[in-house]
Design a binder for this molecule. Sequence first.
Ligand code: AMP
Ligand code: GLY
Length: 423
Amino acid sequence: MNVLLIGSGGREHALSWKLAASPLLTKLYATPGNPGIAEDAEIVPLKVEDHAAVIAFAKEKKIDLVVIGPEAPLTAGLADALIVEKIKVFGPQKIPATLEGSKSFTKRLCAEHDIPTAGFIETTSREEARKHIEKHGAPIVLKADGLHAGKGVIVAMDKKEALMAVDQVFAMGGDAPVVIEEFLEGEEASYFCFVHGEQVLPLASAQDHKRVFDNDQGPNTGGMGAYSPAPVFTKAIEKIVLDKIVRPTARALAQAGTPYSGVLYIGLMITKDGPKLIEYNVRFGDPECQVLMPRMKDDLLTLMLATVNGELDKSSVRWRDEVAITVVFANKGYPGAYKSGAEIRGIEKANEIEGVTVFHAGTKHDGDKIVSNGGRVLNVTALGKSVTEARERAYKALSLIDWPEGFYRSDIGWRAIAREKAK
Ligand code: AMP
Ligand code: GLY
């Protein structure tokens, strides 16, 4: 099979690494790719916004499957355009991708189908928003509509902060309704399923670290590290999430004539009243994908095809018993302004540590050097018998990478490690 992978982050390097190991693969192409992905794929320069260009390339190279990594091409309808041309694509079409593209779409779906989520209102009026905040007080959560790379959500811990955030979230979402919702207390976890219509193949759980600094301090980021599985996500919780959240969502979209196809990212708060949906994403998580792929025993390409072809009911997936952890090596200044272009040395040495794979996220070639090219630059990933072991390996590997312009959190996996210690 010839496969075209779209994307350039650590998530896509983890996908190219796993796809390259597939016995079904003849040739892997990637666009725009990165130096890590270039080890697994031929990089091709395509303008992904230009759907006609992607279609022309797919026809010329006899592409059997297009795999879309990030959300932007999905919400822009690239999958729809490919399907019209009878080109197989892994990733949902534009309307089901609205699960990620619009907070109010998802909240309405939850309300209509009794899916557990935070209580909310949606409004297009700043005045109504302020009144609601005055009435309910803080903590309270404000969400702008649309894609905002994780920055469209404000968790306000006091009323003044919430009132000040009103203008900001309205400005971000344009004329679309703003969601104001109840603050949920608990531990966050993410869960992933392949979905095709009403068919659901559960994958695995992970936990991300969203704040930039140790002890969960500082601003939110796209994610500073992750591990899988998430111990808080027990079998009992998994069953509730499948029965009360994932299956009703898949059914609702299928029955509306806009079936979902692809991987569904279920962002959850595990509260004392059970799991509640925080958000859906219509793609793998980044960096969660980097800890799922090393744990997946079965062939990813076979599973992606089963998703596209609606054969999930006949499919199964096995996972390694080991846990995986990934630590994001980020550019100093991220998630604010930072400088790109500094040389990174020692990636090969880090890769030699047992169980370690370094995924490239924001790097590029400069002659024969690897240099930084983004906020999140490398994802140093390790498998281990325990989170403690995986974490030791990841941090040992990090110490071998010579990049003074970078920084990373030193406490990735702390919740799981505290649980291991308590045993
Ligand atoms: P979202 O983009 O909806 O996932 O929100 C980003 C982050 O904000 C989540 O990962 C949570 O940490 C936090 N968050 C969102 N909604 C809530 C909520 N209702 N209660 C508490 N925290 C929330
Ligand atoms: N790591 C969070 C996300 O991919 O949305």
